[in-house]
Design a protein around this ligand. Structure first.
Ligand code: GAR
Length: 238
């Protein structure tokens, strides 16, 4: 028997992309098994979707971790043993290294990422899929998933036609700019925010009468087609 291709998923919310991937695995469009769904937020609908599909779930509560760091401070003993602030600061392209807030940002995220890794690594996955995961990942985490130099193993979906409108509100930014074409992008994660190599994109027209809700609806419908196609492409080795 051949070993199935193993996918891990991370979410933060409703999980409609996760559902599209679950459905595509179930009906054979993606020849893979989803090993787990992790969330940075407790109680989100996407966790229910995973449980209904019989997928193992876990939560690493980022907000709780970051608040505890803010309230209690970060002692060197709190950090992962293998965390090197200078190295991570140097590699990352998320924050200005000279900004006073950068060490706290990277250290508090690494504390959450250590917990994520403890849940993820035992599954020995082939691909990590971010399906509406609203946290940036630091080089500390990325390097422990991308263990083969030059081989990307973390995929993300973004609600805009990158490199336009990176950040947390792609459809909102597209709509407010007055774009006549919107779209979504699946890309690999690198050390920047929404900057990694593009795997696939889909576009849709924005009519003059469309509201922001229309743009989000049209965009999500494209996402549900695009993500399974890109995962399939990755599994084929394309
Ligand atoms: C999707 O629109 C996805 O593109 C976006 O979050 C939404 C999640 O929806 N992701 C990002 O903005 C990542 N920065 P879902 O939970 O229903 O799949």
């Amino acid at each position: 028997m051949t070993t199935p291709f193993k996918i891990g998923t991370l979410i933060s919310g409703g999980g409609t992309n996760l559902q599209a991937i679950i459905d595509a695995c179930r009906d054979g469009r993606i020849p893979a098994k989803i090993m787990f769904t992790g969330s940075d937020t407790p109680g989100v609908r996407g966790l229910d979707r995973a449980e209904q599909a019989g997928i193992a779930t876990f939560v690493v509560d980022y907000q709780q971790i970051i608040t505890a760091c803010r309230d209690n401070g970060i002692a060197p003993d709190d950090l992962p043993d293998d965390f090197n602030l200078a190295e991570v600061t140097d590699k990352q392209k998320l924050m200005d290294p000279a900004d006073d807030r950068t060490p706290f940002f990277l250290q508090s995220r690494a504390m959450a990422e250590k917990k994520l890794l403890a849940r993820i690594l035992p599954y020995d996955i082939d691909l990590l899929v971010l399906a509406g995961f609203m946290r940036v990942l630091t080089p500390y985490f990325i390097d422990r998933i991308n263990t083969v130099p030059g081989q990307h193993r973390i995929m993300n979906i973004h609600p805009a036609l990158l490199p336009a409108f990176p950040g947390t509100d792609g459809y909102g930014d597209t709509f407010r700019y007055g774009c006549k074409i919107g779209g979504c992008t699946v890309h690999f994660i690198d050390y920047g925010e929404d900057t990694g190599p593009i795997i696939g994109q889909k576009a849709f027209e924005i009519e003059d009468t469309d509201t922001l809700e229309d743009v989000k609806r049209k965009g999500l419908e494209k996402e549900w087609e695009l993500y399974p196609e890109c995962i399939k492409k990755f599994i084929r080795g394309a």
